[in-house]
Ligand binder design. Structure first.
Ligand SMILES: *Cc1c(COP(=O)(O)O)cnc(C)c1O
Length: 431
């Protein structure tokens, strides 16, 4: 199977971490997000142990909240030694409500309003990641008004193209994220930041993109940031000791994707980073990485109930499920590929080619096209793999469809982590 936590039991049902998927669907209803906590913990441990092989004990992975934000994720990642990256007051609020320490939060976002900045400062977030000059000015003023010195990193773009989808490619010069080094604009940004008495710039941040398998962009990024740290020190008198090199390590959506090798990526990045430090005489005491997808994506499976099987003569076969773009908009957004299987007939040959369509009145509401599964009947449970990242986090109530529940499996047991939305929940704010 695509992931090593998946198997088939004697009833021919898919199992997730030893738990029968059909039982989960019966117990919690469908559509259902199933998250394998043990796999999430294992990924966290891999990042922590691999990073600590090459970087100081103060170095850490930050869980990128935007990949999967709900209360129950924070105690899991915190207990594994991760910090977290948050991109909005809503994510800060959720992490705080879960008891996550604010000093371990890194506040991202390309447009933080003054209210957002105040909320971050008042919540005591450890680090701001300053995206641009306007934000720098606002943060300096607001930190001053609160009588604090706010620790921060400056977001720079390194002019790299990591060959991923355009929509998730963030590190190029022409980008709305951060300030480019190539155009010289980073120089003014760094000079201005160094002059702010209420902001302590500890380091630089950069993020090349997402779902990246090649190592070259990560390696080049580390070198560019170190070289720029030397320039900032020599020309602008700003000495930094921290680099945050972003997230983006790819995961396996289909058999065509390579299995992620986090250890190899970290080792290569460390090699390039340390060599650059040597070359430029720069001392970096702490390194942060920001994995989101590679922590949670493969640990997630979505279960749907089959509605209809429609064979459009001369064209194709459609299987409709009781969810779709409302719980997983990634096909509609990026034409993302997924591995789909018939969880009710997991031991039967997967020889029936289908397009899996959702329930919205929208022809783009699809989960996958041209995938082969065991021919389903109405009522069969369909499993879509690798849905732990950017599914629940991107879900909506389009067509007034309530958001699914999240069930967590661990050690052969299961529990509810997020209740299914009710109609009343959707109407809560309507007067
Ligand atoms: C999206 C994002 C991440 C996480 O990316 P993944 O591909 O999920 O690892 C990390 N840092 C920043 C700044 C991001 O925008």
């Amino acid at each position: 199977m695509l992931h090593n936590n998946l198997d088939i039991n004697k009833d021919g049902h898919l199992t997730i971490s030893g738990v029968d998927a059909i039982e989960l669907a019966k117990e919690y209803g469908t559509p259902l997000y199933v998250l394998d906590e043990d796999m999430i913990r294992e990924r966290c441990r891999t990042y922590v142990s691999e990073m600590h092989k090459y970087f100081s004990a103060d170095s850490a992975p930050l869980f990128a909240s935007k990949a999967l934000c709900f209360k129950g994720i924070y105690p899991i990642v915190e207990s594994e030694g991760l910090c977290t990256d948050v991109v909005s007051p809503g994510e800060i609020y959720t992490a705080l409500a879960a008891g996550f320490p604010p000093e371990k939060m890194f506040f991202h976002g390309t447009n933080k309003t003054d209210r957002d900045i105040e909320y971050g400062v008042e919540s005591g977030v450890g680090y701001f990641i300053i995206d641009n000059m306007n934000e720098l000015e606002s943060l300096a003023r607001i930190a001053g008004e609160h009588g604090i010195v706010q620790k921060a990193l400056l977001r720079l773009t390194c002019g790299l193209d990591p060959h991923t989808l355009e929509a998730i490619n963030t590190g190029k010069v022409d980008s709305q994220f951060g300030v480019p080094i190539d155009t010289g604009q980073a120089d003014a940004f760094v000079k201005a930041a160094a002059a702010c008495s209420n902001i302590q710039v500890v380091g630089f941040h950069s993020h090349v993109g997402s779902q990246i398998f090649e190592s070259d962009s990560f390696n080049r990024q580390a070198e560019i940031l170190v070289a720029y740290a030397a320039k900032a020190r020599d020309e602008f008198g700003l000495e930094i000791d921290t680099l945050n090199i972003g997230g983006g390590i790819g995961v396996r959506y289909t058999e065509n994707d390579p299995a992620p090798d986090i250890g190899a990526r970290v080792a290569e990045i460390a090699e390039h980073l340390n060599a650059a430090c040597e070359k430029y005489g720069v001392k970096i005491d702490r390194v942060f990485m920001e994995p989101g997808r590679s922590i949670v994506a493969e640990a997630g499976t979505t279960l749907y109930e089959t509605g209809g099987v429609k064979e459009v003569k001369g064209y194709r076969n459609y299987v409709t499920v009781d969810g779709g773009m409302t719980d997983n908009p990634r096909f509609a957004l990026y034409k993302s590929e997924y591995t789909v299987l018939n969880a009710s007939r997991a031991s039967e040959p997967a020889d029936y080619e289908v397009t899996v369509a959702g329930r919205c009145c929208e022809s783009g509401d699809r989960i996958a096209e041209g995938v082969k599964i065991a021919k389903p009947e109405r009522g069969d449970i369909i499993a879509v793999l690798t849905t732990g990242a950017y599914n629940y986090a991107m879900s909506s109530n389009y067509n007034r469809i309530p958001k699914p529940a999240i069930a967590i499996v661990s050690g052969g047991k299961h529990r509810l982590a997020v209740k299914r939305e009710s109609f009343e929940d959707m109407m809560r704010n309507e007067l």
